[in-house]
Design a protein around this ligand. Structure first.
Ligand SMILES: Nc1ncnc2c1ncn2[C@@H]1O[C@H](COP(=O)(O)OP(=O)(O)O)[C@@H](O)[C@H]1O
Ligand SMILES: [Mg+2]
Length: 234
């Protein structure tokens, strides 16, 4: 069974060493199964916020997953968070697609039967069954992005964090991706700068600008928003 987590972010702050503040007090609450598009221009801090979720970056403020304070429960929280990087080159390393998807569940110490089940299920979901023995570097860019998603899904995260999942995909591939994402029950944060994509995959949109959330609501309400240009979304 795939689970969905609740996420509470309170006063999240972060700056890179020597750099200016990137996140300056972000508060967000996601109900179980909610899907939020995190919108913002280049450099707004979307990727940084996603990296805080598995408590990788040393942030200020408090993150809670299913009520667990992330900083104090890193192991449990990391089991729950599935982070998919924007660049598949940062994730893929195995000699075949099959091994790529098997790696996560293997690290989780799951049984051989379970691992085989996950590999079958998620390669099928990603439309990569016939490429099970193919090395990831032989895949098309869109296929590599789907393989990254499959590899993360095989770990059964209950919170998904997807960094620019539609970037550099052609329109037909984006359409397939939208269908795939809309089948998933997990609580999901999707970082994107693409308003139209956001409206297709999320029921809620939050805009990150100047280190803060400046809009939180219906993606449709953003379409003709007077501040879109200021927020670098148009
Ligand atoms: N590893 C890093 N070291 C220092 N500064 C960084 C690093 N990664 C990102 N930044 C800076 O943090 C800010 C936010 O970046 P990022 O989270 O990547 O934004 P986005 O994903 O919205 O484009 C930018 O000003 C960027 O230059
Ligand atoms: Mg980014």
């Amino acid at each position: 069974m795939l689970q969905a987590s609740t996420l509470t972010i309170e006063g999240l702050c972060f700056r890179y060493p020597e750099g200016p503040p990137v996140l300056e007090g972000i508060s967000l609450e996601l109900a179980a199964g909610e899907r939020l598009a995190l919108l913002g221009g280049n450099g707004a801090g979307k990727s940084t916020l996603l990296l805080c979720l598995p408590a990788v970056l040393p942030y200020g403020g408090t993150l809670r997953l299913d009520g667990l304070v992330a900083r104090k429960n890193k192991k449990a929280v990391r089991q729950k968070v599935g982070l998919v990087f924007q660049d598949p080159g940062e994730m893929l390393f195995a000699p075949s697609c099959r091994e790529e998807v098997a790696y996560g569940p293997l690290c989780q110490g799951r049984s051989d039967d379970e691992i085989l089940g996950e590999v079958h299920r998620w390669l099928h979901w990603a439309g990569l069954e016939e490429k099970a023995d193919t090395p990831p570097f032989r895949l098309s860019y869109g296929e590599r992005r789907r393989l990254c998603l499959a590899a993360v899904m095989a770990c059964r995260p209950s919170l998904l964090a997807l960094d620019e999942p539609a970037a550099m995909l052609d329109p037909a591939v984006v359409g397939d991706l939208v269908e795939l994402l809309n089948l998933l029950p997990q609580t999901t944060l999707i970082a994107t700068h693409d308003l139209r994509f956001a409206a297709r995959v999320a029921d809620r949109a939050a805009v990150l600008f100047g280190g803060r959330i400046v809009y939180d609501g219906d993606p449709a309400g953003l379409r003709n928003h007077e501040k879109l240009a200021e927020w670098r979304l148009r």
